[in-house]
Design a protein around this ligand. Structure first.
Ligand code: B12
Ligand code: SF4
Length: 669
């Protein structure tokens, strides 16, 4: 728990808990990971607003405010201890469930009930409440029941009324609903999201931050909730304030990599000013700022946008492509997307050495299994994007789709927990059999993140992006195909608590739970090892090679051509001996050194093309152990372990020292 105490005093204490709730998995367990990937921008945003309200003195001088930020996706929320401490001290406690999306709403509602039962003040805000109520003003029964239990709903953005809401909460005069959707705040001089360094330690990259540089989007897609909550008129933050925050984060916390969460950075009227400021930070202040952002398909047509993005430090763009099928794009009102433009779009970003990542929705009325498979092949071979994220079409509350379906009484799954874009939540005309679209969805992940496609992508990737892409492959494949969760909702290593289970679902007994977890963790670890091997193999086959290796590579090619397959470590030793003959006469120590190098993959792995023989050795060892032929296995285990350790360390070292993860952004134009 991270406590921030602006005033040391003996005043009345207010404990303010900002909690980002998670969601339940299909078995009903709360989804929490040991390490997360993307920290919550909403949490940071509300932390900054709260600090600003306290500083401005709006809450009066007589309060000692303790602010705690918690993210359930990476930590267990200590519900009981929060409730107990509130009762014990007699202080005032307010719990804010923040950034609650539709798929997190069931969990948020359960948490809200637990806190209310202990008498705490509870507020819920975020896109579920804001989206639902901005399209359908009648309060639905589930939200009404929360209001009846004393929970306050917050609809819309609170930059301009957070102080007033907090004052009401402190006085005990909270209204059941606060609504600022029609009164959208000007963001220009609003506080920039504040990083919480303690919480950041729970995420894989400690140099990673988020900022929403603007909100809203001028387009009008039917499945989108953003336009109905944040509006179609863009509101933006000041470039100078963004630069100041980046400067501060770098000098104080060494944070230099950002996700600009704007839904469409290309339509942020301040884009050029922001890029220029970032370029200046890079050039004159030597701050190695890098970022990824979301843009639309037409972004490449904006003059200087792509070139300046690169110079400003952009390493990846997320593009809402959604579909290649023109009929589907028309269905979705995504008229700005012209499938003909896609190749040019991707080429433009490739030329700037910025990696492309597209969002792709499956399940539009015109999608069939065949059309999806065909489009996927085009995406991989013709359009050649580096990464893709797949989503099942979902009627998200707040979208036009949801509104129309609600009005016409179409089927929508009543369980909001499934509204995470990886479940079927409505009827899909060409996928009448339940589960068939979901199967295709996993097939899409498997196809795109197959070894061959990843190899093709890495083989043509620029050195600037190589390691970022490889790292993302590891993250995405682990999430989608090992954890079976959408990468944007997954982290590394699931934590499960027996009792952290959805109300109405039966928690298993201790022994049964222990057995289930042991089996799950074994399967998980086996799959993670396989994944690490696969990623190492990818690296060995695709990594950029130094000119010094080329001489030996020529020899390797000779062997490769003669046997028509990948080189093993043993064959590599042979190549070394052969290569020696072409080297100038060597002194005795050099010869000794070369001999050592034959068995030392710290040198040799720089030219190892595959770890296939190491993997085969492991398989043989497992086979022998299975047949109880353990005798004589030990020497094989030791040599295999030695070789594997070397390749693994070499990979880890290369990953750590990767140039694309350090300063190199280069110049263009
Ligand atoms: C960034 C982002 C993510 C990141 C989140 C991590 C991060 N770095 O923050 C990632 C990539 C992980 C992600 C994943 C997903 N996302 Co997302 N995401 C966004 C995005 C683009 C920006 C969020 C943001 O920072 N907004 C700025 C903050 C400040 O706005 P805010 O959250 O609304 O908070 C303001 C108010 O709502 C209010 N508020 C919020 N909570 C509370 C609480 C209280 C008590 C109070 C007083 C006020 C208050 O105060 C804030 C300041 O005004 C939004 C779209 C958007 N423009 O918001 C989509 C969005 C939230 N995501 C959405 C979805 C659906 C998903 C996914 C399911 C995948 C998908 N896109 O289909 C997954 C699910 C993730 C999960 N379960 O955790 C939907 C949610 C719609 C809905 N009805 O649920 C949105 C709206 C986009 C969309 N597709 O329409 N997402
Ligand atoms: S382009 Fe993206 S943000 Fe804009 S309306 Fe369409 S889906 Fe929403």
């Amino acid at each position: 728990m991270n406590a921030w105490n602006p005033w040391k005093s003996h005043k009345k204490r207010l404990k303010l808990f900002l909690i980002k709730p998670s969601t339940y998995d299909d078995d009903g367990y709360v989804v929490t990971h040991y390490r997360g990937v993307l920290p919550s921008n909403t949490l940071n945003c509300l932390a900054a607003l709260t600090k600003d309200v306290v500083r401005s003195g709006q809450l009066g001088p007589d309060l000692d405010i303790r602010l705690s930020l918690m993210d359930e996706t990476v930590q267990t929320i200590p519900v009981d201890s929060i409730c107990r401490s509130a009762k014990r001290d007699g202080d005032q406690s307010i719990v804010c469930l923040v950034g609650v999306q539709t798929n997190q709403y069931p969990r948020a509602a359960d948490l809200a009930r637990s806190f209310r039962a202990a008498g705490l003040t509870v507020l819920i805000g975020g896109f579920h409440v804001s989206g639902y109520l901005s399209m359908i003003p009648e309060i639905p029964t589930d939200l009404q029941s929360l209001i009846d239990e004393g929970v306050t709903l917050v609809k819309g953005e609170v930059e301009e009324n957070w102080g007033a809401i907090l004052q009401d909460a402190i006085r005990g005069t909270l209204a059941p609903l606060y609504d600022s959707v029609n009164d959208k705040p000007d963001l220009f001089n609003q506080p920039i999201p504040l990083l919480d360094t303690t919480l950041m330690k729970r995420f894989v990259a400690s140099n990673f931050g988020t900022i929403d540089c603007g909100r809203g989007c001028p387009f009008n897609c039917s499945f989108c909730t953003i336009i109905n909550v944040q509006g179609r008129k863009m509101r933006v933050r000041s470039a100078e304030m963004i630069a100041e925050a980046i400067r501060h984060n770098w000098h104080r916390h060494r944070v230099n990599f950002y996700f600009f969460t704007d839904d469409n950075f290309a339509r942020n009227q301040q884009w050029e000013r922001i890029f220029d400021t970032l370029i200046q930070l890079r050039d004159t202040e030597n701050i190695d700022v890098r970022f990824m952002m979301q843009v639309d398909v037409l972004s490449y047509k904006i003059k200087h946008f792509v070139a300046k993005a690169r110079r400003a430090g952009c390493s990846q763009v997320f593009i809402g492509m959604e579909s290649i099928n023109p009929d589907s794009l028309k269905d979705a009102g995504k008229t700005q997307n012209n499938a003909e433009d896609y190749v040019n779009l991707i080429r433009a970003w490739h030329a700037a050495e910025v990696a492309t990542h597209v969002g792709y929705i499956l399940g539009f009325p015109h999608d069939t299994a065949e059309s999806i498979r065909r489009d996927l092949q085009r995406l991989m071979h013709e359009i050649q994007v580096e990464q893709a994220s797949f989503f099942i079409l979902t009627p998200l509350p707040g979208s036009r789709d949801h509104f129309q379906m609600a009005r016409s009484g179409d089927y929508m799954d009543p369980d909001y927990n499934k509204y995470d874009s990886s479940h079927e939540t409505m009827t899909y005309p060409n996928f009448p059999e339940p589960g068939s679209l979901k199967r295709l969805y996993f097939e899409a992940w498997k196809t795109f993140y197959s070894f061959d496609n990843m190899k093709r992508i890495l083989s043509r990737a620029s050195p600037r992006n190589y390691w970022n892409i490889l790292g993302n492959f590891m993250w995405y494949k682990n999430a989608a195909l090992v954890e079976h969760r959408h990468p944007m909702m997954a982290g590394f290593f699931r934590l499960k608590h027996r009792r952290a289970i959805r109300p109405g679902m039966q928690a298993p007994g201790r022994l049964r739970f222990f057995k289930l977890r042991a089996a799950e963790i074994t399967t998980y670890l086996t799959q993670v090892i396989k994944l690490l091997w696969e990623i190492q193999e990818l690296w060995l086959q695709t990594r950029p090679r130094s000119p010094a290796e080329q001489r030996i590579v020529q020899e390797l090619h000779g062997i490769y051509n003669s046997v028509q397959r990948r080189l093993t470590v043993a064959e590599l030793h042979l190549a070394y001996s052969r290569a020696q003959r072409h080297l100038p006469t060597l002194s005795v120590p050099s010869r000794l050194l070369l001999y050592w190098q034959k068995w030392n993959l710290f040198h040799a792995s720089r030219i190892v093309f595959t770890r296939r023989d190491i993997d085969q050795n492991w398989m043989r060892i497992v086979e022998r152990v299975r047949r109880y032929r353990i005798l004589g296995t030990l020497p094989r285990v030791m040599t295999t372990f030695w070789l594997d350790l070397q390749v693994t360390l070499m990979f880890a070292y290369a990953f750590h020292a990767a140039p694309s993860r350090k300063t190199e952004v280069g110049r263009l134009g």
